[in-house]
Structures are given as structure tokens and as C-alpha cells.
Design a protein. Structure first.
Length: 161
């Protein structure tokens, strides 16, 4: 990992309807399409409206390097004591800098502060790096908790108080 470049990455909340956020989510969808052989269709995936990713309902974070967006991640409260981590993506040029782990940690911290005791997420089997990240961050495999058509793995983590 390039420690000097990693230290330059800034992570901050963003409006989910902002052009930068929309571009990051589009890039995430495009990569899903590429990595799944064109099998990803955002129109049939579980959708997220911008209001679901604005406090107090949720949060969208953007990671920037040299002022340019290089990643995103979102969390929304899904009722009760549960929060859902969604839209985790890091640009290929920024992988290896620890951006995904930092995004995940900050999303978990927001979920915890908002009262969630459990974080859930799902991912596609083609995203092997994401699966490894989630498992190394303490997520465990659980039965499917939603009907996301592009997910192969569902994970859950108890959030420490």
C-alpha cells in the first residue's frame, strides 16, 4: 500500500443527488456489468432513492484523492436495530490504498451512532475483493434477507457499542 497516497484520501458525506455521487454510483453499476458479463441491470436491482441516503434515514460517503472521486459507500437504516450497507465501490486506480476498509468503517460508525446494532449487506460472487473485505472486517455469511437478484452472498455483523 502506498502510505503517502493513502493519507491523501479524504472521505466525507455527500448529497446522493450530486453529480459526483451520481457518477460514482454509475461507475459502480458499470463495473458490476463488466464483472458479471453484462448481467447487471440497475433497473431490476434494489433501488435507493436519494432521500434514503440523507440523514437521518441514511448517509452517502464519497472518497476523494486529489479532489477527484475515487469511491463511494452508503448506509441506510432499514428498521429496528438494523442498517444496510449499500453501493460500496472503489475505482480500480485507488485499490490497495485501504479506501474500501475506511469507507466501511465510517459507514459502520454512522450506523452505530444512529442506533443500529446490526449491519447487513449483500454482494455479487464476482466481487471477490469485496467478499474478502467483508469477511476480514467481521461480517459473517447469513441466509438471504432480501430479494436482490444480483446477490450471491449475504452478510451480517453485530456492531459493538
Amino acid at each position: 500500500m502506498d502510505g503517502k497516497r493513502a493519507a491523501l484520501v479524504e472521505i466525507a458525506p455527500a448529497d446522493p443527488a450530486s453529480p459526483e455521487a451520481v457518477d460514482c454510483i454509475r461507475a459502480y453499476f458499470a463495473e458490476l456489468g463488466d464483472r458479471t458479463g453484462g448481467g447487471f441491470d440497475p433497473a431490476t436491482s434494489i433501488s435507493l432513492a436519494p432521500h434514503e441516503l440523507r440523514p437521518p434515514a441514511g448517509l452517502l460517503l464519497l472518497a476523494r484523492l486529489d479532489g477527484e472521486p475515487i469511491g463511494c459507500g452508503a448506509v441506510r437504516r432499514s428498521g429496528g436495530d438494523t442498517a444496510e450497507i449499500r453501493r460500496m465501490w472503489v475505482a480500480a486506480r485507488a485499490r490497495g490504498l485501504g479506501v474500501g476498509r475506511r469507507l466501511l468503517g465510517e459507514l459502520e460508525a454512522w450506523a452505530r451512532a444512529s442506533g443500529a446494532r446490526v449491519a447487513r449487506l449483500e454482494t455479487n460472487g464476482a466481487l471477490t475483493e469485496a467478499i474478502a473485505l467483508y469477511r476480514s472486517a467481521g461480517y459473517r455469511d447469513v441466509p438471504a434477507f432480501n430479494d436482490e437478484p444480483f446477490a450471491h452472498h449475504w452478510f451480517e455483523k453485530r456492531l459493538a457499542r
